[in-house]
Design a protein around this ligand. Structure first.
Ligand SMILES: [Zn+2]
Length: 373
């Protein structure tokens, strides 16, 4: 199962099932949540039963669901895989399986286009991060992709062994020190060029450095401009750190990067609300915009949940019941209309941001949307 690229997602998003609907299946196979194989089977059964009921007897969709079932029953290596995404359309010979080292929210979408929203959001939450660790003698360049660490390059350059134990009064010392710092510089330039080679091979969005202060400053100055632009801070990890130490430090940085990105999107929402342009804030306004298919990007405070209403005849969601504001039918009460709104937005291909600890979004009503028009 191949890694998914942004380009592959764009291609999928543009695909249209002319002859038959496309089946998109997100399946959470996270061994931490579904420890026993039977639990995974139950999750799959529940998902497929519901999907078959929605397939409307379409042969292509039923064949897609059968193939998904066979894929999972054949067994998935759950030591590395926590989420599976399948895009299928038998009528068009479409079959794309993506295995993710992070969990997904289980759901099946049957629609004219692949439902890429959730996959896109996952990739956005986990930008690829380059990690350059260095001291005066060693350098390691690693890449963290979807929370997984790949060790790319190791560089060890021997410097004169006992250079720092010489007496300071020695005439030769200055010359030797000079030589050492030249060697160190050479080593760091080398490390920087290795980092750039890795970047060209596996482009990453952010770069973090782990090095003692003087080395880090020198190293930064050696970086290619493309890499300087991508600097996202330093981690307190040395060049010989274990993979687990590196991973934990990078995950913390990843969290910071993600919070900054969320803050930027919330700032855009706040500005748009302030100027009354293409924005909705608060549950009622957002559900109205969703009903009118105007939502481009949905922003929700993590953990926000609210009861509401769902119309069985036109599918509308509403904060207040019980008459449907869309078609006038009587609606059913739902436990969590926010969750339903997220599902609806994802199914429509909108971007969804779940924002953690963002006080500005809380003030706007814990939910908001940037609108298409
Ligand atoms: Zn309705």
């Amino acid at each position: 199962m191949a890694a998914i690229t942004d380009e592959a997602i764009r291609e999928l998003a543009a695909f249209r099932g002319q002859q038959a609907p496309v089946t998109t299946c997100y399946l959470d196979v996270d061994g931490r949540r579904l420890a026993r194989p039977q639990e995974l089977d139950q999750e799959l059964d529940r998902l497929l039963r519901d999907a078959r009921a929605r397939a409307g007897g379409n042969g292509s969709v039923l064949a897609d669901l059968k193939r998904v079932e066979a894929l999972v029953r054949d067994g998935i290596d759950r030591s590395r895989t926590r989420g599976i995404v399948v895009f299928a359309c038998q009528a068009h010979d479409l079959w794309e399986v993506v295995a993710l080292p992070v969990p997904v929210h289980s759901r099946v979408v049957i629609n004219s286009a692949p439902a890429v929203g959730q996959l896109e959001a996952i990739l956005q939450d986990h930008p690829r991060i380059g990690v350059l660790l260095a001291d005066k003698q060693r350098a390691r360049m690693l890449v963290v992709d979807l929370g997984e660490l790949t060790d790319r390059s190791e560089l060890l350059e021997e410097l004169p062994r006992d250079y720092d134990s010489r007496g300071h009064s020695d005439q030769g010392y200055d010359r030797e020190q000079h030589h050492v710092s030249e060697l160190t510089q050479q080593h760091l330039r080398h490390a920087a060029s290795v980092a750039f080679q890795v970047f060209q091979d596996t482009p990453f969005e952010h770069l973090v450095l782990g090095a003692p202060d003087p080395v880090a400053a020198e190293l930064e100055s050696c970086l290619h401009p493309y890499l300087k632009q991508r600097l996202a801070g330093r981690i307190a990890v040395n060049a010989s750190a274990s993979p687990a130490e590196v991973r934990d430090a990078v995950l913390a940085v990843e969290g910071d990067i993600e919070r900054r990105r969320e803050a930027e999107v919330v700032r855009r929402l706040r500005d748009a609300v302030g100027t009354g342009q293409r924005a909705a804030a608060g549950l009622d306004a957002v559900l109205t915009a969703l009903r009118e298919q105007r939502v481009e990007r949905l922003l929700v405070s993590a953990g926000f949940s609210e009861t509401g209403w769902h119309c069985g005849s036109c599918g509308a969601l509403a904060a207040l019941g019980r008459t449907c504001p869309g078609c006038g039918a009587e609606m059913a009460h739902v436990d969590d209309v926010v969750e339903d709104a997220i599902e609806e937005a994802l199914a429509r291909g909108c971007k969804v941001e779940i924002c953690v600890d963002n006080a500005d979004l809380d003030v706007l009503g814990r939910i908001g949307a940037l609108l298409r028009f």
